[in-house]
Design a binder for this molecule. Structure first.
Ligand SMILES: *[C@@H]1O[C@H](CO)[C@@H](O)[C@H](O)[C@H]1NC(C)=O
Ligand SMILES: *[C@@H]1O[C@H](CO)[C@@H](O)[C@H](O)[C@H]1NC(C)=O
Ligand SMILES: *[C@@H]1O[C@H](CO)[C@@H](O)[C@H](O)[C@H]1NC(C)=O
Ligand SMILES: *[C@@H]1O[C@H](CO)[C@@H](O)[C@H](O)[C@H]1NC(C)=O
Ligand SMILES: *[C@@H]1O[C@H](CO)[C@@H](O)[C@H](O)[C@H]1NC(C)=O
Ligand SMILES: *[C@@H]1O[C@H](CO)[C@@H](O)[C@H](O)[C@H]1NC(C)=O
Ligand SMILES: *[C@@H]1O[C@H](CO)[C@@H](O)[C@H](O)[C@H]1NC(C)=O
Length: 920
């Protein structure tokens, strides 16, 4: 990362001075004058690409001298993905390490495989995207081949490339809807709002801070456009781990980045799901999740001892509320030290007894760990870390910080020794306590102190029995004397242009191989998740479960995410939807917010908690978590909340096979579990900003109450038939974007299934292990009263112990269902791709619940494996509800036709058919 020569520095200074003299002194000095292209060649590198060189037009001194020569590398990596990589032509620069996020490297700077010279970019016949440029001043644009539409165009804006300041912009049409650029709590909803700040830099700032650089960094956006009915979406990733401000002004978007290089990836879509598919093809597919992780989770910081934890499990049991996973924050630890147990409050023999008991019932246990390792010479984890020299350093010494245990050092997960030491510590811990997953917190990394610190000589740190362990007690001095601690351009860090090292690792600290914290800062949680994943895989080969607070591009392949420290407010309830939906786009679909809020509620909690579990029961990751200062908020604490929980979680546990199939789909194609409505209905423009409702998969709509005191909810439904999953005789027949008023008494939430779906459900239960063995019902939703309609669905099941979710005969089952109604004949068939696993488990389908039909069923015929079933004495028709009773607005009463008493083995091909007879 060499600076330009002093000579150029001096020149740059002169130039900018001259410029100032020549214009009005009041105007701010120009940051850069752009580049001109000096050559462009087609290269044979990696199967065909373009390599060009750019020369700075005129240097300035603002934010440091310009890099004089740049190299441009353009590659159509596949038909949907175009990469534009721009870096210093003379010196290697920092970029996201290729071993951390595996992808094709660009050619080395010495690459010189000329075949022919061009001054216009050749087009690649197979590609959906076209790269164009102008040489002087250099700009580039990307267009969509099929429509000629420009999706990115850097013309008309300053293009600046300095060591610690890179600026580039694109034009945008006013009509573009943008999504992404997180992690960020967005009061305006999922669609990015022009002029809101978007700063990306991983920071321990609680989620109650709006429009601020929160825990994760995801420099990806999706751009959705509807040009007179022609709808298309594309994605733009700027793969860069340095801090950046992104300014979205409505008709332009500008990146201001404080290091690294430009590595753009354009994804052609054209559907929103295509964009996520193409994005996760590059960054890694979302991790497989164990089945039990889809159950309900309970946690609290402040479960003082094991008896309290046992009481919580008991409380759920007594109230008959589902609970799969019980968690400890740091209460189980000895003085907040990772991988230890508090011998008094969590004595190991008692804890092991407890774990034996809950494990035998099918429950699971997860605990928290933080990256900070207590500096304590009698602590084995620390001793072994020192021995292996695994900690991040400042001026040659391990970097001293303060977190919960007091003074700590931070492991360096970019150091291979750091990773192997971490893997070993987790394995040792697992022998101490057989935990089922790990929660990696505070990994932005969070530090209660700032700067360069030493252990004080004048007072104890931490103070014994401190009631404010989060107040810095080390002796610290601010670091301002390096260009890493004090870069020329200040991003809006912590929402207040804080120094980069504010409450984190000093940015002049170094990792393995001299890597600067300045560059690698936002990769910390990501690198920790990779190391932790490796450790868990190595234990007993079971599918890992990791929950991480900090995240980066690619984290979703290793970990789930919760949205961090929120608060018990109605606003936070609402904001949780947008953040959850964003993480779907970020390739991290296993996500949810702390149900009922983490920080003590600002309003009476009971009503809010009712509404929160009604929404949170449909977060992909569903966990109630609270702060020690909050009143107890386990779902059984209030009768009303318990009732709402049994209702909403009751439905979740019936939907587990659907949710698990969605996890499989996510793992295969990146498709998020919770999706914005426009993912399934891209033509339905009214849904582009819809952030108060969402879909699970392609067509299960959740319409929660988000307002205090409300007993109804106004919801939007794309045209078609939507059936209430709690009372399937209630239907919404929507024609347009007008809002439908749905009843929503305190204990009820509205969840609807869309026409065309076959939804695999089971009987449910209070623990997923048992729920998943119960018989299946297929809910088949036809458009209301339409002949000639079809519905489709699928189900994936496996043992959830194998790390991968793949189709291996005998270990997984995948079945597709098709249903149709034609000329009053209803047919339901299964298409088995792999069946042995579910057959060996004895999984059965007991019922079809068919929606949208009119009349009564008769003349049922069933075939299993091509043979007609003769004895159907146990099979019955059940007809619930009336035909076509108009209620109000778009709501109607419809009919539910049940075919019950079935015993169809899941995993055998079958076909059912019957006739519908209209009775007047
Ligand atoms: C990019 O913008 C410039 C300036 O507005 C315009 O002349 C050029 O045609 C645009 N290029 C594309 C591909 O849209
Ligand atoms: C556990 O903590 C609770 C609440 O602080 C307390 O009432 C109880 O006595 C403790 N039990 C044990 C066994 O320490
Ligand atoms: C170091 O850890 C031990 C137990 O692991 C504890 O007893 C001791 O108080 C700790 N020392 C300091 C200085 O925190
Ligand atoms: C800290 O708390 C422990 C247990 O509550 C107590 O035994 C000890 O005396 C306290 N130490 C100080 C210095 O207050
Ligand atoms: C260090 O910097 C912070 C943030 O700019 C400031 O609030 C604090 O007073 C400074 N501390 C010292 C010791 O200079
Ligand atoms: C920095 O972010 C905060 C929080 O969103 C915002 O209020 C402030 O206006 C931003 N400052 C700048 C200079 O953009
Ligand atoms: C038909 O099945 C029912 C239960 O499904 C069983 O009780 C009955 O014995 C069977 N009849 C014959 C003839 O197999």
């Amino acid at each position: 990362m060499a600076l330009s020569s002093p000579f150029l520095w001096f020149l740059g200074l002169l130039v900018s001075l001259c410029w100032c003299w020549g214009t009005t002194l009041a105007s701010e000095a120009k940051v850069g004058y752009g580049y001109r292209m000096t050559s462009l060649e087609e290269s044979t590198f990696n199967g065909g690409s373009l390599i060009g060189y750019l020369k700075v037009k005129q240097s300035t001194s603002k934010y440091g001298p310009d890099i004089p020569n740049l190299r441009l590398f353009v590659k159509h990596e596949n038909q949907d993905r175009l990469r534009v990589h721009i870096t210093d032509a003379d010196n290697p620069r920092w970029e996201v390490p290729y071993n951390l996020l595996p992808r094709a490297p660009p050619p080395p700077l010495t690459e010189n495989l000329k075949t022919s010279s061009h001054f216009s970019a050749p087009s690649y016949p197979g590609s959906n995207l076209i790269f164009t440029f102008e040489p002087d001043p250099f700009y580039f644009a990307v267009t969509r081949k099929s429509t000629g539409e420009t999706i990115f165009n850097t013309s008309g804006f300053d293009f600046v490339f300095k060591d610690q300041y890179i600026q580039i912009s694109t034009q945008l049409p006013k009509t573009a809807s943008l999504y992404g650029l997180g992690e960020n709590t967005q009061p305006g909803g999922i669609r990015l709002r022009p002029n809101d700040p978007y700063t990306l830099y991983t920071t321990d700032i609680s989620a109650i801070n709006l429009n601020t650089d929160l825990y994760g960094s995801h420099p990806i956006y999706m751009d959705l456009r509807n040009n007179g009915g022609r709808v298309s979406a594309h994605g733009v990733l700027l793969l860069n781990s340095n801090g950046m401000d992104v300014f979205y002004k409505g008709t332009s978007l500008t990146y201001k980045i404080i290091g690294g290089l430009l590595d753009f990836y354009f994804f052609s879509g054209p559907s929103p799901l295509d964009v996520v598919d193409q994005y996760t093809t590059l960054i890694g597919r979302p991790a497989a999740m164990p089945y039990w992780a889809l159950g309900f989770h309970q946690c609290r910081w402040g479960y003082k001892n094991l008896s309290v934890v046992e009481g919580v499990v008991e409380g759920y049991k007594k109230a008959n509320i589902p609970l799969d996973v019980i968690w400890n924050d740091d209460d189980h630890m000895d003085a907040a030290k990772d991988f230890t147990l508090d011998p008094i409050n969590y004595p190991r023999p008692k804890l092991l007894e407890f774990l034996d008991r809950i494990h035998s019932e099918g429950m699971h246990y997860i605990v928290l760990i933080d990256p900070g390792i207590a500096v304590n010479s009698s602590y084995g984890v620390y001793q072994r870390g020192m021995q292996k020299d695994v900690f991040i350093k400042l001026e040659g010494q391990p970097y001293l910080a303060q977190v919960w245990p007091g003074p700590v050092y931070f492991p360096d997960y970019l150091n291979p020794n750091g990773v192997s030491w971490w893997v070993d510590e987790i394995s040792r811990f697992h022998q101490l306590v057989p935990v089922d997953g790990l929660w990696i917190d505070m990994n932005e990394a969070s530090n209660f102190c700032t700067g360069k610190c030493v252990i004080p000589t004048t007072h104890q740190c931490p103070e014994p029995n401190s009631t404010t362990p989060w107040v810095c007690c080390l002796d610290c001095k601010n670091l301002t004397n390096t260009r890493w601690d004090n870069p020329p351009y200040k991003i809006n860090a912590s929402g207040k242009s804080a120094p980069l090292g504010y409450n984190t690792i000093a940015t002049s600290a170094t990792h393995y191989d001299g890597v600067l914290e300045y560059n690698a800062h936002s990769l910390y949680g990501f690198s920790q998740a990779i190391a932790t994943h490796k450790a868990l895989l190595g234990l007993d080969g079971k599918r890992p479960f990791i929950l991480s607070r900090s995240s980066f591009v690619g984290s979703g392949s290793y970990a789930a995410h919760w949205t961090g420290d929120n608060k018990g407010t109605w606003e936070d309830l609402k904001y949780s939807i947008s953040t959850m939906l964003n993480f779907g786009l970020f390739g991290m679909p296993m996500v949810g917010s702390d149900i009922c809020g983490f920080y003590p509620a600002a309003v009476p909690l009971e009503e809010l908690c009712n509404r929160w579990i009604e929404l949170g029961a449909f977060y992909p990751f569903s966990r109630d978590h609270a702060n020690f200062a909050s009143p107890r908020q386990e779902l059984y604490q209030w009768d009303s909340v318990a009732k709402s929980a049994r209702n909403a979680l009751g439905l979740r546990y019936k939907l587990l096979p659907y949710l698990y199939t969605l996890i499989y789909e996510a793992h295969l194609t990146g498709a998020p579990v919770a999706r914005p409505v426009f993912y399934s209905f891209p033509e339905f423009t009214s849904s582009y900003g819809l952030s108060t409702q969402f879909l699970l998969g392609s067509g299960v709509m959740v319409s929660p109450v988000l307002e205090q005191g409300a007993t109804s909810v106004k919801a939007m439904f794309p045209p078609g038939s939507w059936y209430n999953l709690f009372d399937m005789t209630k239907a919404v027949i929507s024609k347009d974007a007008s809002l439908v008023t749905l009843d929503a008494p305190l204990n009820e939430v509205n969840v609807h299934v869309y026409q065309g779906m076959v939804l695999p459900m089971q009987r449910g239960g209070v623990i997923s292990k048992e729920a998943r063995q119960t018989p299946f019902t297929l809910v088949i939703a036809f458009p209301y009263g339409t002949d000639g309609a079809e519905a489709n669905g699928k189900v994936y099941v496996d043992d959830d112990e194998r790390p991968e979710m793949i189709l291996v005969e005998g270990e997984a089952t995948y079945v597709e269902f098709e249903a149709s109604v034609k000329g009053k004949t209803v047919t339901v068939t299964s298409n088995v791709q792999m069946g042995k696993y579910s057959l060996s488990k004895g999984l059965m389908i007991e019922k079809m619940s068919v929606l949208g039909l009119q009349g009564k069923g008769k003349e049922l015929a069933i075939e299993v494996d091509g043979t007609a079933l003769v004895n159907t004495t146990s099979v019955y028709f059940n007809h619930v509800g009336e035909v076509q009773e108009e209620v109000e607005g778009g709501s109607k009463k419809g009919m539910l036709v049940e075919v019950g008493g079935l015993e169809l083995p899941l995993g055998k091909s079958f076909s059912l058919s019957w006739k519908m007879e209209i009775v007047s």
